[in-house]
Design a protein around this ligand. Structure first.
Ligand code: UDP
Length: 336
């Protein structure tokens, strides 16, 4: 049997961070990486490529504010690459439009799809991330889950990957964090850290969120996603350009508390032992709320200013991660 060929399709900041922990052995798989260009500026894209061992093999131009136009770009631009490379399977990660666009193109070309980070559900179908993940979980022939509960979710939804091809492997985001943590320099100071990037928060609630953060009466360091447009001045908020991954981990290590609507930052905050206030009404990581490490505050100024950890667990918690998820994924892929 010859060596398999795969195409990995990514396009956003968290995906660049995650695939840094998916190191497929060249003797086992000929893997080509496609960067869709969904995130295209230096702050969200190029500064994350140095985390990976090689540059992408194909860089596309699929940025768009309109999801239907973006999906058209993705189908139009990914299809010729898959036709040319003829992969045995396509690997997609997470829940963004590039994940869905990559999976859909492969499905239409009858190429099996492997999905990493499957089965997480917030229950909120108004979020593009929830819809994308759900659709891709159902397209995929092989699903990799973080938790056993996520596998049960996929089985209850009768996903075609079934019991045999749904694997519980852990969280590759944790792998990435532990492999870069040694390079961090914890920031000194007395500050909170905040990030916001989800569609509704960025477009509809940003002023209320910033008013709430400003009213906390402490310095809030805020690496600003390009989606966020700021109209007012906030005396307690220091806006930064998006920072590189190691600087972001350093900022998290130095912060007293973290406010975020990010799936990745929310997890890292808990793993690094920081109280985390989630600027959302719901989460895919209910275990973090149940263990007392995260509180859900939504976007209201009142909820943000009144957020308090009544019973902060004394121990940091990694929710059973061991830093070897990428290795487990690779081993399953070699056996395909
Ligand atoms: N991150 C970063 N620099 C920043 C903001 C975030 O490196 O200025 C990292 C963060 O540490 C985490 C990931 O980006 O690893 C989260 O990405 P994002 O919030 O864009 O997406 P999500 O995790 O919600 O899918």
């Amino acid at each position: 049997m010859g060596r398999n060929t795969s195409v990995t399709i990514v396009g956003t900041r968290p995906q660049f961070i995650k695939i840094a922990s998916l190191n497929l052995d060249e003797d086992e798989v000929d893997n080509f990486v496609v960067h869709t260009g969904q995130h295209y500026d230096y702050g969200l894209s190029r500064q994350f490529w140095k985390l990976n061992k090689k540059e992408p093999d194909h860089v596309l131009d699929c940025a768009s504010h309109d999801p239907t136009i973006q999906m058209k770009f993705l189908l139009d631009q990914i299809a010729p690459i898959l036709i040319h490379r003829k992969p045995d399977y396509v690997i997609v990660v997470g829940d963004c439009n590039s994940t869905l666009g990559g999976a859909l193109t492969a499905e239409l070309l009858k190429i099996p799809v492997i999905h990493i980070e499957s089965g997480l559900r917030s229950g909120d179908r108004t979020m593009p991330e929830e819809r994308n993940r759900l659709l891709v979980d159902h397209i995929a022939q092989v699903n990799f889950c973080i938790y056993y509960e996520d596998k049960l979710q996929l089985l209850s939804e009768k996903c075609q990957s079934g019991n045999r091809n749904t694997h519980v492997v852990g969280d590759i985001m944790y792998d990435s964090m532990v492999s870069f943590i040694d390079r961090t320099v914890p920031m000194l100071g007395n500050y909170y850290l905040a990030t916001v990037h989800r569609e509704k928060n960025a477009n509809e609630h940003i002023e209320e969120i910033l008013d709430g953060l400003n009213a906390l009466g402490r310095l809030v360091v805020f690496p600003k996603h390009p989606r966020i447009k700021i109209e007012k001045k906030y005396e307690n908020i220091e806006f930064l350009k998006p920072v590189d991954y190691v600087s972001m981990l350093s900022l998290q290590l130095g912060a007293d508390m973290i406010f975020t609507d990010s799936g990745g930052v929310g997890r890292e905050a808990v793993w690094l032992g920081k109280p985390c206030v989630l600027l959302r009404e719901n989460t895919e990581f209910r275990n973090f709320v149940e263990s007392g490490h995260v509180i859900l505050a939504g976007h209201s100024k009142k909820a943000i200013t009144e957020s308090e950890f009544a019973d902060w667990p004394s121990e940091p918690c990694n929710h059973k991660q061991d830093g070897h998820a990428g290795q487990r994924i690779a081993e399953v892929i070699y056996g395909l």
